[in-house]
Design a binder for this molecule. Structure first.
Ligand SMILES: [Zn+2]
Length: 384
């Protein structure tokens, strides 16, 4: 399968990874920095410009990582687990294991990143001044890093999702109204305003300054921000409405199973077709041995169906992804999506107690949402 992230390693259990889109930014940054340096310092040798650009780009990379580590360390201290940090085309993203349960934590986690960037900006500006008498190239690099970290800090403080300022804004509204949902709505609205503002800026740039490429870039970023802001809003909404529902609630407790020695032909004709199911647990001696789905036997020629036991093509139990009964629906959907699975067993202390298939999960979620009391204030903004 085509992988879109490269895993760099782990720090304190946090997976560090780079999305391939970041490599494009890295290359663009190298080209832009080198040509700009050549332009401003024609007396420099090409190798000096290249090395300065490389040094700057690598420290920029480290700065974004430090920003995300800032969020992550505060999150971990506040008891919110951090799964991974991903660097992608527009910066970085720390993926938290769950949402903060109070506005104070939310505020501290959100503000930590921009504060790190701000501290880095000050540090780099200082280094730029201090290194000036010794090396012009170093001083130029530090000066650029100071400026870019300042921009990262300020841009991220804009009060709209998905930016850090959006989370700060959300925390503030949450704190003053005591209503987490009002906070989310305010931050989504802030995100929309930012995105539409950028759309306008992009069009302005293209039409009035003839800067088509620059304008298109801004529009692309605006579209991306809008998409993420709406996504954030829907995500919080779904998460909140599903709060308290577990994998155990959504699972089907009758686990369809078939004996390991059953020939594939019999399994198909006596179970799959009449029961209209695609997946079965394979059992032997009272234990669950694995899972077999129709797709597993897709390449098995029909003439071999009579002589092949179902156990031959199953996924053995120890290689099977599974969830605990207390897992939340979001985690279940996350595992299914990450591994491209359609069914997931629910395992309670080594015992398969039920299973969830994707279709059923989505149906169950829909039913849970539809049957929820609608008495709660539901003045959601109409979606654009
Ligand atoms: Zn941040």
């Amino acid at each position: 399968m085509f992988k879109t992230v490269l895993v760099l390693g782990h720090i304190h259990g946090i997976r560090l990874q780079v999305h391939i889109s970041w490599l494009v930014i890295f290359a663009l940054l190298m080209v832009t920095l080198t040509t700009t340096l050549q332009h401003h310092h024609p007396e420099w040798a090409l190798i000096t410009s290249l090395l300065t650009a490389l040094f700057t780009a690598l420290l920029f990379f480290a700065s974004i990582l430090a920003h995300e580590m800032g969020h992550s360390i505060v999150a971990i201290r506040r008891g919110v687990p951090v799964k991974s940090i991903t660097l992608f085309i527009f910066g970085g993203m720390a993926q938290l294991g769950r949402d903060s349960d109070n506005p104070e934590d939310e505020f501290r986690i959100a503000i930590a990143g921009p504060l790190v960037s701000l501290a880095l900006a000050v540090g780099f500006f200082l280094l730029s001044v201090l290194s000036n008498p010794f090396s012009e190239a170093l001083s130029v690099a530090f000066g650029w890093l100071g400026a870019i970290n300042l921009i990262v800090a300020v841009f991220n403080l804009i009060p709209g999702f998905p930016l850090d300022g959006g989370r700060v804004f959300r925390a503030a509204v949450w704190r003053f109204t005591g209503d987490a949902r009002k906070g989310v709505r305010a931050a989504v609205m802030g995100g929309r305003v930012v995105a539409y503002g950028l759309f306008a800026l992009g069009i302005w740039n293209g039409l009035f300054f003839g800067n088509l490429i620059g304008g298109l870039w801004i529009i692309l970023i605006a579209w991306f921000l809008l998409f993420l802001a709406e996504g954030h809003g829907k995500h919080y909404d779904l998460r909140e409405r599903l709060a308290g529902i577990t994998a155990g609630d959504l699972a089907e407790h009758h686990v369809p199973s078939v004996d390991a020695r059953t020939p594939v032909s019999e399994w198909i004709s006596q179970r799959v077709v009449p029961e209209a199911r695609r997946a079965y647990m394979i059992t032997g001696g009272g234990d669950v041995l694995g899972l077999l789905t129709l797709s597993d036997i897709k390449h098995l020629p029909r003439e071999r169906w009579d002589h092949t036991p179902v156990s031959q093509f199953m996924t053995p139990i120890d290689r099977l992804h599974h969830v605990a009964p207390e897992s939340d629906p979001e985690e279940v959907l996350g595992i299914m999506t990450e591994h491209g699975l359609n069914q997931l067993p629910v395992v309670d202390e080594d015992r398969v107690t039920g299973w969830i298939d994707r279709q059923r999960l989505l149906q169950a979620i829909e039913i849970h949402l539809a049957t929820q009391p609608t008495s709660r204030p539901s003045n959601r903004a109409p979606s654009a």
